[in-house]
Structures are given as C-alpha cells and as structure tokens.
Design a protein around this ligand. Sequence first.
Ligand code: FES
Ligand code: FE
Length: 314
Amino acid sequence: MFDLLPEFWTPVLPVAEVENAPVAIEVAGERLVLFQNLKGEIGTLLDRCPHRSAALSLGRVSENGCLACPYHGWEFDRDGACTRVPFNNPADLKLSQLSAVGLPTRVIAGLVWIFTGKGNAPEPQLPDSLMKSQESYFIHHEIWNAHWTRVVENAMDYVHVPFVHRNSFGGEIGKSAIEAGSFAEFQITQREQSVEVFNNFHNIESGFLLEWHQPNLVVLKFDEIGMPVRVHLFAIPIDRHQTRYLNAIELLNPHAAGMMNEFIAPIVEDRVVIESQKGEIPPTNGECNVPTDRATLIFRCWYHQTIASKRVSI
Ligand code: FES
Ligand code: FE
C-alpha cells in the first residue's frame, strides 16, 4: 500500500475543498475518499467498499454524518467502522467485521493530512511555520506530469533559478552572478528528519535559506519588501507519472494576499522543465553530478535508501 510514499504523513488537499460531498482522490497509487462528518471532522477511507468493492466516493454523506455506499447503502464512520447495513437484522450481523479501511487523518495549516501506513501513526513532525491557523495560509495546487522526487529536487535546487526563471525573479540575480563570475556556495546542516541549506553566490549580495523536511516538503525562507516569507512546497505523489504540486504560503501580513500571484506565476517555468524529465530520480551514481548538486544528492541518497530500495514493485 502507498509504495510510492509509504509510512509518512502527507497533506493531500486543502480542507476547504472537502465539504459535505465525498471527494475522490488518488495518493501514491491508492484511490481514497475524503468526507466530512456532522461535527466537521474529516475522514479518509480507501475508496473501496468492503462489501462488493464499489467506489465509496460515488456515495453520499448520510443524515448521521457517515459515508453511505452507492451500491447497497452500507454506512461507514470516519474511521471506517460500519454503522449500518440496510435490510438486514442487526442481530444477524457482526458490524466489527464489515469495516472499510480508514486512514489516520488530521487537519493542519488548512490542509487535510493522511498517514500512508497501517497501525498507529506517529505524531507528525512539522516545522513551526505550519502550525498556524487555516486563515494564515494562501494555498494553491495543481497537477504536474512528473515523478514526485523530481519535483522535490527542483525545489531544493538553487542554481536552476537564473536559467529557468530568467524571465521572472531569477533574471536579475542570474545576470549579476554570471557577470561577476560567481560560484555557488552551500552551507548544509543535516538534522534527524530535515536538511537546512543556505545558498548564495560567493562574490555578490545574494542568498536564501531552504529546508527539506522528510519526505516531500521544501520550505523556502526569504524576505520580501522587509517581510519574512515562508513558502511550503509539497510534492504529493498521485501515481508514478503525476504529482500534486501544492504550495502553502504563510501570510505574515493580511495585505500580503494580494502579492501571492507573484509567487505562483513562475511555477509554470519550473513545470515545463520538470515535466521533460522522465521517471524518478536515479541513485547518486546515476546521471552526471557536480559540486552544485550537493544538496539534491542528499535527497537522492535518502530516497533510494529509505523508499526505492524497500518497495516490492511499482
Ligand atoms: Fe457497498 Fe454493497 S458494494 S454496500
Ligand atoms: Fe524554480
């Protein structure tokens, strides 16, 4: 289950998109259904009824706040427990044996998060900048035709900026760095579940901080007109060929919402290039590597040791 991203917490959609109607979504090769019960709590189930395998996402949320299957109307609560089987005498049933598969689900930073594993989920370990209320974030998401590892790597890669973004925010700094004959420098700090990278060019005023957090989050940290900005980039695998690129930008000032398009517009510049790469990132001895690939090679090493080497087949 979830071979592309097993045993991790990951966001899947903005909570604002999961209202009363069930929402079908694919994450890491698994079809899921998200729905909200009467208390406003979100549940995530595998999108497969335990009775005859119909898609639960075709059903509806019942008067009890349970998800009712479209085929024979069995109902399930947000943990997957079966609460009703129409036209059968309850005395003849063992409801505990009729459960759908539920996944641990949380709402954090205006996003629905799931744990892609069985059994008890550990507490999610997230940066402080994701611990604010839902209103504190501007959220944008779109689907890229790329493997999720290529998308994470792109977000960690400093020296693409003058080239991919030469017609937007990368143009000026790229021109200065090329004219000055600059070399890129990296100060890398590795932590248990994250890596901090300070990037700059050695002989001009430049630089910004990024953090990669296992497995699929990159936080970009910089100042914009004197305000600190935190851009959270998530690469959420849909399947081997598609990734949901989700941006959650912390609004440090209520007036900052109007500036968000400035951060979203250049995404298409990355997307065109990343969609031209085929397949997952190779191991660290694949493709050609140079010193400016130091940060992304840390991610490649982790990915192949932690995920790629353990999967049965994808
Ligand atoms: Fe879902 Fe029969 S298939 S109730
Ligand atoms: Fe980019």
